[in-house]
Design a protein around this ligand. Structure first.
Ligand code: G1P
Ligand code: ZN
Length: 543
């Protein structure tokens, strides 16, 4: 088959962010936009010749078209084999697992995660490397450089490949293997958890609702929860992946998974509620009448992980992203294991996991995972919760309350200010940076500032340094406010303000976290001069 070199010119703005390249779908549909990025990636990894790759996505609009383009370009670039999920479907953690299982050279994952899908919504693509994790910063920088100098891309002229049936097809010299997207992921889960114990839990009348939000985890959750573990039919709702996620926002949090939240706070609540996002790497856990914050969930999973077969030997260490609450640090301290604070985004956990320094990682944005893959993993977190519940035979609420009594409680909330004018958002961050050296000792909203700095990360494994990762302000009495700009927003700037207040074991118990966070919030508004710089202090989303 002849390889075509199609001429192209650089396209502005192909800068990969914390999770690959994310843009409006129509941008990706412009001629040669996707092609430029894919070719730049091949150029940055030293070409495709002889390589084996995994390709799949979350099923959103343009997923199938993008996969066809990538397959033809892979053949054009000399790739020898691509393993692709049937129907173009692979959750992000399943893709990470397939890369590792097949010792592939990497993979392309098509997703804009929890962002809405559709022709007028978002699309994305990211490249994961040999370890199954998101490309490290050195590689994304190389890809970006390549997008600026590109002159052409390689492809083969061919008709579309049938992705609907599993099996093997040839595209010129390249072999394409279409696999069931769930099978090997499910097999991996069976090695990690006590399926017999969870099966017994369901057989004993334990009830659950899993909201797949019309996104990629539907088939995974149905196969594992209902078919393998015996949860009643109908446990999984919105289980059919749709190109527009049923016009929803597939982000598992109390705002976007409101129907699930409402159910869990009602008299009809099952024992546990859970949800996952567009590409299956995020999770939400809700007990009957109790929402578990992602920061608390990370800490609770870490404290109880030894109850599941895969972690019975204990954990090597725990890592959390900087804005995530300190709850998991307290668990690491009690267990006498290492705890690590990394910049936002999963790619920083990869080195720690590869080096065996940590076993479990998590982010406040509903991402939790372990060394079984190199991505966060929504269903994994749900299954670990189920395994813990099956062993402890207590309710979610009892486990959470018990955790707070042992470790103290870290009240936590995140405020998102979306579509802020980019210059105003920058002004706010610059203003904060300029004030850092004089903040300590000042009092705002009755709180005295103890520490103020901008987070910079020295990677303990490869020695790389990542600067400007967010402004942190610590207050006397265990409060903290963090400001950072999102790397995944697709419109204007998204300013995130993370609030935290520790109340030690035996401290005052507030049922509403916002009450406990009031002073930290007011101090954060005052210090950042938020009203004056961005013209508002009311966030678009509070989680
Ligand atoms: C957001 C989350 C971050 C997560 C990323 C990808 O990034 O905050 O924790 O890793 O999505 O899912 P942000 O928009 O804040 O840069
Ligand atoms: Zn995601």
């Amino acid at each position: 088959m002849t390889i075509e070199l199609i001429q192209t010119t650089p396209i502005e703005g192909q800068m990969p962010g914390t999770s690959g390249l994310r843009k409006k779908t129509r941008v990706f549909m412009e001629p040669t936009y996707l092609e430029n990025f894919i070719q730049a990636t091949f150029d940055a990894i030293g070409g495709g010749a002889g390589k084996r790759l995994i390709v799949g996505g979350d099923g959103r609009f343009f997923n199938r078209d993008a996969i066809q383009t990538i397959l033809k370009m892979a053949a054009g670039n000399g790739v020898v084999e691509v393993i692709v999920g049937q129907g173009g479907i692979l959750s992000t953690p399943a893709a990470s697992h397939l890369i590792r299982l097949n010792k592939a050279d990497g993979g392309f994952i098509l997703s804009a995660s929890h962002n809405p899908g559709g022709i007028d919504e978002d699309f994305g693509v990211k490249f994961n490397g040999q370890n199954g994790g998101p490309a490290p910063e050195q590689l994304t920088a190389k890809i970006f450089e390549a997008t600026k100098t590109i002159t052409g891309f390689k492809t083969v002229p061919a008709s579309d490949i049938d992705l609907n049936a599993t099996g093997t097809v040839q595209l010129g010299e390249m072999k394409i293997t279409v696999v069931d997207p769930v099978e090997s992921y499910q097999a991996l889960m069976e090695t990690l958890f006590d399926f017999a114990a969870i099966r017994a839990l369901f057989a004993g009348g334990f009830t659950m609702r899993f909201d797949a939000m019309h996104a990629v985890t539907g088939p995974y959750a149905t196969a594992i929860l209902e078919n393998a573990l015996g949860a009643p039919d109908g446990t999984v709702v919105n289980g059919k992946p749709l190109e527009d996620f049923g016009k929803g926002h597939p982000d598992p949090n109390p705002i976007w998974a409101k129907p699930l939240m409402d159910l869990m706070m009602s008299d009809a609540a099952p024992d546990i509620g859970a949800a996952s996002d567009g590409d299956g790497d995020r999770n939400m856990i809700v007990g009957r009448g109790v929402y578990v914050t992602p920061s608390d969930s990370l800490a609770i999973l870490a404290a109880n992980a030894h109850l599941a077969p895969a972690y019975k030997g204990g954990l090597a260490g725990i890592a959390r992203s900087m804005p995530t609450s300190a709850a998991s640090d307290r668990v690491a301290e009690k267990l006498g294991i290492g705890s690590y604070e990394t910049p936002t985004g999963w790619k920083f956990f990869g080195n720690l996991l590869d080096a065996g320094k940590v076993t479990i990682c998590g982010e406040e944005s509903a991402g939790t995972g372990s060394n079984h893959v190199r991505e966060k993993d929504g269903l994994w977190a749900v299954l670990l919760w189920l395994n813990i519940l099956a062993v402890r035979k207590q309710s979610v609420a009892q486990i959470v309350t018990d955790h707070w009594q042992t470790y103290g409680r870290d009240y936590y909330s995140r405020f998102d200010f979306e579509d802020v004018a980019i210059n105003q958002a920058n002004e706010l961050m610059q203003g904060l940076r300029a004030s850092l050296s004089s903040l300590a000792g000042q009092t705002h909203a009755g709180l005295s500032v103890a520490t103020a700095d901008e987070f910079s990360y020295d990677d303990p494994v490869d020695g790389s340094v990542s600067k400007n990762q967010g402004v942190r302000i610590g207050f006397e009495g265990g409060g903290r406010a963090v400001f950072r700009l999102s790397g995944t927003g697709t419109q204007g700037a998204t300013l995130r303000l993370y609030l935290e207040q520790y109340s030690g074991a035996g401290g005052e118990i507030h049922t509403d976290p916002q009450t406990a966070l009031q002073n930290v919030r007011d101090a954060a508004f005052a210090i950042s001069k938020m009203q004056a710089t961005i013209g508002r202090t009311t966030p678009d989303v509070i989680t």
